[in-house]
Ligand binder design. Structure first.
Ligand SMILES: Nc1ncnc2c1ncn2[C@@H]1O[C@H](COP(=O)(O)OP(=O)(O)OP(=O)(O)O)[C@@H](O)[C@H]1O
Ligand SMILES: [Mg+2]
Length: 649
């Protein structure tokens, strides 16, 4: 699969070629206003938008800007399914969607939600039957149904899951099924709300390609996203802020610093680089063009700091509880699920105290299964896990929770209290800490996550990105020695990702060990000193970001659905060696242009700045960063070298 730049073949697509009824936009929104019950502010405050057949329109904006509300209204779910006061109009073909019945809208529109568990029927025993479920209502002949299902299984790369129970799939596998379950219905207009939040990079590329194909079939496509792969693939991109349209134009135009920085957002890294190179107006998402222009320009760091504006906020974490330095040791771990799937197939990892380790790998590669052994949620079929030198075997989850904090991939698996504050108090109260300590921990966790204004809110009334933060805060409030995060940045906007990165840095600086699963390679490169790459239940690469994202490693990464972050891809194109972060790339560019020094760029952190020159990343069977199962951990980057490398500005 091609990487990075907008890879969709541009098929000329024009509306208006098929007679009058087709020349109308498939989706037309006029003067839309939408306010939820009990809310003072409008979620959508006067939006006009038309999406023609064959058009691909992306919606960007901060969390809470109104993207999901716009998606719900565009799909005809407001106010029929989702209660809200609405004004203006939404037309889907010739149908008034604000007043239409479900039957009126059948075949005209389908929506993919950001949380796959909410999409799936919950009543179908297999993925194939789940996909057939919607089609049965369309009364299609059996062989056409089968043909459609086979096609969409192939398009989404999930043929091997056809016979599986949807609710035993990994998060990303479920999300692929959720997208497939709507695409298979072939609606004229398809609306997607962050359809790639849990997908590996290859999965996100596949969805971008699929949306392009849907548009080429003259469908209208509208999707909300944070991922630049998807945003850059759109014909036009709408930027929302506080329910209003701030900009609506080609992605390279609207995802610029001029528009995004005043809203508190940063442009995607590829657009930052295009601006640095002075070609943002022409080829912002064209990596080859950006690389060529960068090679011919100078003073890259200086220009980048002008583009990025103010520095990112830092987070402080004062250790409250006394923990001895706590290493995590995994030796020969094997896990089989009932039914025989061997999800983890002999993993050995030694993680020294205070290290920040990112675990990456394709959907279904066993990441979640692996980390669920760290706090006893799952028990090994073979091998052993030790935390702080003591075997996990036989110790109950509540006891392990004194040491290991675990934040779930899906926050709804974790949250159950009526208010955010109660949610945060629950953990430290269970640890029987003194009242004053609990207060201090709760306040510190609210402060670190920025949730203080929502302390009295019911977590279920919050959006996905905030619920993820509540889940994180509820674990931070226990100040664990080892913090385990399963996809912490899912659904977060740029500032949210930066905040979580700052929390990771601060917690590690306080001596805590952090293990995080992520599909965001930029996040991994910027905030983690070590990256472990999994494929089909095994570790296939293990090293620093500079090692794992070195150009020679790209084929191994690709074999597990990953690609190096954009800075590394551009560095590789220019023969600059390994440049896993924006800071490293800019420094290498400046160095190449002038032989200058290597100061980091203001505003971005760089876990790898100051780390030794790249050595070989290890591969299975080779030397591993730890000294073996339970030997002394070697700590390939000392904990002190990471956070201290953070730029002070
Ligand atoms: N409860 C379960 N029962 C049976 N199989 C399961 C169960 N949970 C996960 N699996 C399977 O185990 C394998 C590993 O799943 P896991 O959730 O660990 O993957 P992951 O790497 O975390 O994926 P993702 O990136 O999609 O979250 C997959 O093949 C998945 O389908
Ligand atoms: Mg997972």
């Amino acid at each position: 699969m091609s990487t990075g730049s907008s890879s969709r073949d541009r098929v000329p697509r024009k509306s208006g070629s098929e007679g009058d009824s087709e020349s109308r936009p498939r989706l037309r929104i006029e003067g839309l206003r939408l306010r939820y019950p009990g809310q003072l502010a409008a979620a959508i405050d006067g939006v006009d938008l038309a999406v023609g057949s064959g058009e691909l329109v992306a919606v960007a904006g901060r969390n809470g800007a109104g993207k999901s509300s716009l998606a719900l209204a565009a799909a005809g779910l407001v106010p029929r399914v989702v209660q809200a006061a609405v004004g203006g109009s939404v037309w889907l073909g010739g149908v008034d969607a604000l007043r239409a019945s479900a039957a009126d809208l059948a075949g005209r529109v389908g929506i993919v939600f950001s949380i796959p568990a909410r999409q799936l029927s919950g009543s179908k025993p297999t993925v194939r039957e789940e996909l057939a479920f919607g089609l049965e209502n369309l009364a299609l002949p059996r062989d056409e149904m089968d043909a459609r299902i086979d096609r969409v299984l192939e398009r989404m790369g999930i043929g091997h899951l056809a016979g599986r129970d949807p609710f035993t799939l990994s998060g990303g596998e479920q999300q692929r099924v959720a997208v497939a379950s709507i695409v298979v219905m072939e609606p004229q207009t398809i609306v997607l709300d962050e359809p790639t939040a849990q997908l590996d990079p290859a999965g996100a590329q596949a969805v971008a390609a699929l949306l392009g194909e849907l548009a080429a079939e003259e469908r209208a496509v509208l999707y909300a996203e944070h991922r630049s792969t998807l945003l850059g693939a759109a014909d036009r991109c709408l930027v929302l802020d506080s329910g209003r349209v701030v900009a609506f134009d080609a992605p390279g135009q609207v995802l610029s610093s001029r528009i995004l920085v005043p809203l508190g957002l940063e442009p995607p890294t590829i657009v930052v680089l295009a601006e640095v190179a002075g070609i943002a107006d022409r080829g912002a998402f064209d990596e080859a063009a950006v690389a060529a222009a960068l090679a011919g320009s100078r003073r890259h760091r200086e220009r980048a700091s002008a583009v990025l504006g103010r520095p990112r906020p830092a987070v402080d974490w004062e250790p409250v509880r006394d923990h001895p330095p706590t290493a995590v040791e995994i030796a020969g771990l094997v896990h089989r699920y009932p039914g025989g799937i061997e999800a983890v197939r002999g993993v050995t990892l030694g993680i020294p105290p205070g290290q920040r380790v990112a675990i990456v790998g394709q959907n279904g590669s066993g990441k979640t299964t692996l980390v669920k052994h760290l706090n006893g949620l799952l028990r090994p079929d073979a091998g052993e896990v030790r935390i702080g030198g003591a075997s996990v075997g036989g110790r109950p989850v509540f006891e392990l929770a004194r040491t290991v904090g675990f934040v779930f991939q899906d926050p709804d698996d974790q949250l159950f209290n009526r208010t955010v504050e109660r949610e945060l108090r629950f953990g430290p109260a269970n640890l029987r800490l003194p009242a004053a300590t609990i207060d201090r921990l709760v306040e510190a966790a609210l402060e670190a996550t920025g949730l203080a204004p929502q302390r009295l809110a019911n977590p279920y009334d919050l959006g996905l990105s905030e619920r993820k933060l509540v889940a994180l805060a509820s674990v931070l409030a226990m100040d664990p020695a080892v913090l385990v995060l399963d996809e912490p940045t899912t659904g977060q906007d740029g500032p949210g990702v930066a905040r979580i990165g700052a929390i990771v840095d601060a917690v590690a600086a306080a001596g805590r060990t952090v293990v995080a699963i992520t599909h965001d390679m930029e996040f991994a490169a910027e905030h983690f000193e070590r990256i472990v790459v999994m494929r089909a239940g095994e570790v296939v690469l293990d090293g620093s970001p500079a090692e794992v994202f070195a150009p020679e490693r790209a084929p191994v990464l690709a074999s597990t659905g990953l690609e190096p972050p954009v800075a590394a891809r551009i560095g590789a194109r220019l023969g600059l060696g390994t440049t896993p972060t924006l800071a490293a790339l800019l420094a290498a560019l400046d160095g190449a242009a002038a032989g200058g020094d290597r100061a980091p760029v203001p505003g971005r952190t760089d876990a790898t700045a100051g780390s030794p020159p790249p050595a070989e990343a290890t591969v299975p069977g080779g030397t591993t960063p730890s000294a073996g199962p339970f030997g002394p951990p070697s700590g390939r980057s000392s904990p002190a070298s990471g956070p201290s490398a953070r730029d002070a500005s």
